[in-house]
Ligand binder design. Sequence first.
Ligand SMILES: CCCCCc1ccc(-c2ccc(S(=O)(=O)CCO)cc2)cc1/C=C\c1ccccn1
Length: 240
Amino acid sequence: ACSHRLWPEIENTVMEQVAMAKLGVGECGAGWQLFAEDGEMKMYRREEEMNGLVVDPLKAVHVVKGITGYELCHYFFSPQYRYDWETTLEHMVVVETISEDTIVFQQTHKRIWPASQRDAVFWSHMRKLSDDQDTEGPGLWAVVNKSTELPNYPANAGKCVRVYLTVCLLCQTLVNPPKNGGPVTREDISCKITYCSVVNPGGWAPASVLRAVYKREYPKFLKRFTAYVINQTKDKPITF
Ligand SMILES: CCCCCc1ccc(-c2ccc(S(=O)(=O)CCO)cc2)cc1/C=C\c1ccccn1
């Protein structure tokens, strides 16, 4: 896929998004406010507007026991599971499978009153990253989703307003080998998750509505998605 028309953009976006995801919320400069907390999950947002539209960047950090970064990214990236965990999804089309780790999607999300219905067209890329500190460890896995233009899916052609999104799911597997030197089980692993998202709603939507949607939907999404992966993997061998 290195020769595909999207490859340069994918490469640049992955590097840029992973670098930003690795920054703590303290380091990203002022402005990150904690808006939701649930156990290990902490959700931050920055209040930003782009020509009158709310485009609040979101950063969530979480630590989940019993699953690996590869497993989380696999279930996030793969189309066949998406309807199981993405509650606001109304319809999803795999527009193009560029390679086993790069897919182009078109998604329609359920209408959220009083705003008009939204859709998104984006490429999605999953990749293992070298973990600079620990080269031979399970490493880091990431999925990056970014809106792209497709002639066959023109923006705002039908009933939906096109949103423009950039999303990064960055996962680091932590292994705590058992003292007795026995095999590593799911009790000995956990995954450090950073989820970053910027969604430009495209057409106008009241700031109060958008902020209420994000405040309600993001915590719900991350809790539901991680619970789904735990449930899908609990009786399966660990995949790093
Ligand atoms: C007025 C409402 C406008 C928002 C509508 C909307 C647009 C986009 C998206 C969305 C959210 C996450 C992704 S992803 O992380 O790439 C995973 C693949 O699905 C892609 C799209 C959602 C939603 C609507 C609800 C909403 C908003 C946040 C979080 C969760 N749901």
